[in-house]
Design a protein around this ligand. Structure first.
Ligand SMILES: [Zn+2]
Length: 161
């Protein structure tokens, strides 16, 4: 498989994760506006609780993607309760997460893991990534496709979605 085919395969894997798993456990990113709380990310409920004691503070954010630090190095969770929050990965985050999941020897995927894998495959498309790195991400995509029971016979099948 050449590099472009590998990129298609990675994209195909992202689309499958998105359609086969439920990402409703993921909340948008919220943070406290009105004073500096060191840029912590919260789920909506925890952010509301955090501002109760402070008249000047308000719930800020409420959207997905990158938090106030820009791209994340790994997955994002609520500072208080640990609920999964939306995020986007930096380029090094994409590679860190790829290596992490390659080491995990996964044999099953739940919604939480599926969301983190989805972010890797989806965000890898935003950066200029060298061939060596594409091969690593592709290795992970192959593994995940195998766990999901997806088999792809040829490139046209990938393009046809
Ligand atoms: Zn929370």
């Amino acid at each position: 498989m050449n590099i472009d085919e590998m990129k298609d395969y990675i994209y195909y894997c992202a689309k499958n994760l998105y359609s086969k798993f439920d990402f409703s456990h993921v909340d948008n990113i919220h943070w406290i506006g009105g004073f500096d709380d060191e840029c912590n990310d919260y789920c909506y409920e925890c952010c509301l609780k955090e501002i109760e004691e402070n008249e000047k503070a308000f719930v800020d954010g409420g959207w997905g993607g990158a938090g106030c630090n820009g791209g994340h190095e790994d997955s994002n969770r609520c500072e208080k309760c640990g609920k999964a929050l939306d995020y986007s990965l930096s380029k090094s985050g994409v590679m860190n997460e790829t290596e992490y999941f390659l080491e995990q020897k996964l044999d099953d995927i739940d919604n939480e893991i599926a969301f983190e894998l989805y972010q890797i495959f989806e965000d890898s498309g935003y950066y200029s990534i060298n061939n060596e790195e594409i091969r690593e991400i592709y290795k992970l995509a192959l593994l995940i496709a195998n766990i999901m029971g997806i088999t792809i016979k040829n490139r046209f099948e990938i393009m046809d979605i």
